[in-house]
Every structure is written in C-alpha cells, then in structure tokens.
Ligand binder design. Structure first.
Ligand code: NAI
Ligand code: MG
Length: 363
C-alpha cells in the first residue's frame, strides 16, 4: 500500500531540516521498504506571504487526507507585525484544532553519545527512552469559567477550571496503552487524586480502560508531584507516562532537559482513530522552533526532524522496525562523532545540516 505523507516545511530552518527528511525518505523508497505518495505545502509565514493566511484550506484538506503530516517549524521576525489571527503559529494551531489532535507525545531519548550533555549524571540517563503522553485539548487550559473578576473589597479573583469528561480520559488512556505495546509495555498514569476530583476520575477511568482489553500492559498510578521527583531521581524506571494537559506540559519540559539538546527532540500529536480504517490523524514535528538566528546558514541540526519521521514510521505508517533502524542510524552517526553546532563537543566532527542528513541516510 502507498502511504500518503504531507510535508509542511514552514519557515526559518524548517525547510532546511525537512530537506534532510526527504533525503532519508529517498533511501527508504530506493530500498523498496515503503512506497510513499509525498505532497508538500506551505504553513506559517511562508503561507501568509502567498495566501494572506498561515495555512490555506487546501493544505488543511491535504492534512486530513494524509496518513501522516510532517511539519518543520513556523515563525520568525519577518512576520512580527502581522495581524494576530494571521500570525505564523495560527497555521499550526488550526491544524491541531481541525485534526482534533488530543494526544501529544513527547519522547525523551538520551543517546549514549550525548549523555554528558544531560542535566543529570550520565549513569542516570544513558539509554533513557521514555514517552510522555499529554492530553492536549482539555483540562484547565480550556475549562470554563476562566476569568478574572473584581471583588467588592477592591481585590481581584482569578478562576481557571479543570474539566475532564470520561471520553477524554478514555481516549488518551487508549493511546498510552497502545503506544506501550510497541515500546516497553508499561504505563504510569499521573494525577492528583488526593486533592482533585478530576484526578480521582482520571485514576478511575484509566483503571477501567486498562481492564477493558489492555490487561497485558503493566499499569501503575503515581501522584504527579511524586512522579516529578522520580523523573529527576531515576528516570529510567519509566516507559510511557500518561497525564493531563497541565501536568503534561510541566513534566515534558522537565523530561526534555534529561536528554541534553533541543535540536534532538521530536514530537507527535495524534487524533482519534477512524472507526472504519483504524487510522489516526497525526502531525509530527520537532520540539524546536524556526531558529531565525541560524536560518539560511546550513548549520541547523536535522536530527529532531528526522527522529520525527521515525515516530511517523512507528505510529502512523505501521513500520516500527524501520523506525528502530532509523533511530539506530541516528545513534550510530552520533557515536561516530558527527556533531552540528548545537551539540558540538571538543574533538568531534563538526558538520552542517546536509552532511548530518547524508550521514544518517548512509547509516
Ligand atoms: P527556537 O527553538 O527556534 O530556537 C531556540 C535556540 O535553539 C536558538 O538559539 C536556535 O538557534 C537553537 N535551535 C533550535 N533548533 C535548532 C536546531 N535544529 N539546530 C540547532 N540549533 C537549534 O526557539 P525561539 O528562538 O524561541 O523561537 C524562534 C521562532 O520559532 C519564533 O518565531 C517562535 O515563535 C517560533 N517557534 C515555533 C515553534 C514551532 O513551529 N512549533 C516552536 C517554538 C518556537
Ligand atoms: Mg511547555
């Protein structure tokens, strides 16, 4: 079967790192490992320059039809003066909303060759491979009421509301259990059931979902604060962590610092499973932005973008073995001393974006 890929390179270093994904895709196709139908379109400032908005309806329609969307990065000083609703980020936000991408996956992988760049000691992170699954479309970021009101005594009162309904917890729990099956088969669910009703419901629904067909996956529950502590004390104990929007935001930023470098981190955002085809809408992108300070110089690190392709192979294209091969190629290139500027260390082979992409393709 042919897999439909939509590439949205975007702005700044986005097109530079996406070119290296194309290089890797070409190797995969040449070896006959998968057949792709690859389309490309604009997003962010580059879309605004052409269409007057940060993503065209046509590009959104292509994203709906694709098996996986790969996005580079959006934004840059060129579009600072653009009206708020047309700012580059609006393109990304529209995609997330239109495709209903409720599950945000942020892996924290520590390549042995980069372990010394971690915020923790080498032995704590060497070989680390955990995945945070963050609920992205609910919780306290969206719940109503959400307001600041004036009180009669001259003070103010701020309210944010944490709301979760059963279906929202069920669907994120299912994503976590399914991911665990193609990883280490363990899920840790984090909430604060001791002080929050939403935490209590979260705990109950995750437990109930587990009992409905996911008993083969090992499930633990941990209070979110205790999990934060364990993440820094002994991160290798975790495989998949599933948590709500707010805790996931914080815990995934903590986890990112265990790995050493922003230029190395991929992410995925997944939507609901189509009841007929069993496929999910999915957007894969590096965690980093458009890096205007180095754009156009050919020095950006393409590994986060290439690792995002590996996630797409694993979670959207049904090729987990090929994904592992690609991840091993990245690890091998790093072990051979290849370094872009952001991860450079004394004595390493300093390379640019294209040389790094070529090295991965060759590996
Ligand atoms: P950034 O991630 O673009 O850059 C932060 C620092 O990391 C810079 O010094 C940059 O040179 C470096 N860096 C980032 N990725 C790198 C890579 N692959 N290789 C080597 N070095 C890399 O974040 P910043 O500077 O806060 O934002 C720049 C622009 O990107 C802004 O317009 C912002 O809105 C946008 N942005 C877009 C995101 C997205 O498209 N998802 C996410 C974050 C920021
Ligand atoms: Mg954050």
């Amino acid at each position: 079967a042919t897999h439909k890929l939509l590439l949205l390179p975007g702005d700044g270093i986005g097109p530079e790192v996406m070119a290296e994904v194309r290089r890797v895709l070409a190797v995969i196709e040449r070896k006959g490992l998968i057949a792709f139908e690859i389309d490309e379109d604009l997003v962010g400032g580059s879309a605004y320059d052409v269409h007057g908005k940060a993503i065209s309806d046509e590009a959104v329609a292509k994203a709906h039809a694709a098996d996986a969307v790969l996005l580079g990065a959006v934004g840059g000083p060129k579009w600072d003066g653009v009206a708020y609703e047309h700012r580059p980020e609006a393109g990304l936000l529209r995609l997330r909303k239109d495709l209903e991408l409720f599950a945000n996956l942020r892996p924290a992988i520590c390549y042995p060759a980069l372990a010394d760049a971690s915020a923790l000691k080498r032995e704590l992170v060497d070989g680390l491979d955990l995945m945070i699954v963050r609920e992205l479309t609910g919780g306290v970021y969206f719940g109503e009421p959400k307001e600041i009101t004036d009180l009669p005594n001259g003070q103010k009162r701020a309210v944010d509301t944490q709301v979760y309904e059963t279906y929202e917890i069920e669907r994120i729990a299912e994503v976590a259990f399914e991911l665990a099956r193609v990883r280490g088969n363990r899920v840790t669910s984090a909430e604060k059931r001791n002080v929050m009703k939403s935490g209590l419901l979260w705990n109950q629904v995750v437990t109930a979902t587990h009992a409905q067909g996911y008993e083969d996956v090992k499930l633990d529950h941990m209070l979110a604060d205790a999990l934060g502590m364990q993440l820094v004390r002994a991160p290798k104990q975790f495989d998949v962590i599933v948590t709500d929007n707010l805790f996931g935001d914080i815990l995934s930023d903590v986890a990112s610092m265990l790995t050493g470098s922003l230029g190395m981190l991929p992410s995925a955002s997944l939507g609901a499973e189509d009841p007929v085809t069993g496929k999910r809408k999915a957007l894969y992108e590096p965690v980093h932005g458009s890096a205007p300070d180095i754009a156009g110089k050919g020095v950006a690190n393409p590994l986060a973008m290439i690792a995002s392709l590996a996630m797409a192979l694993k979670y959207s294209l049904g090729k987990p073995d090929l994904a592992d091969t690609l991840d091993r190629a990245i690890a091998a290139v790093l072990a051979n001393g290849y370094r872009t500027g952001d991860i450079y260390v004394e004595g390493a082979k300093r390379v640019g974006t294209a040389e790094m992409g070529e090295a991965v393709a060759a590996a």
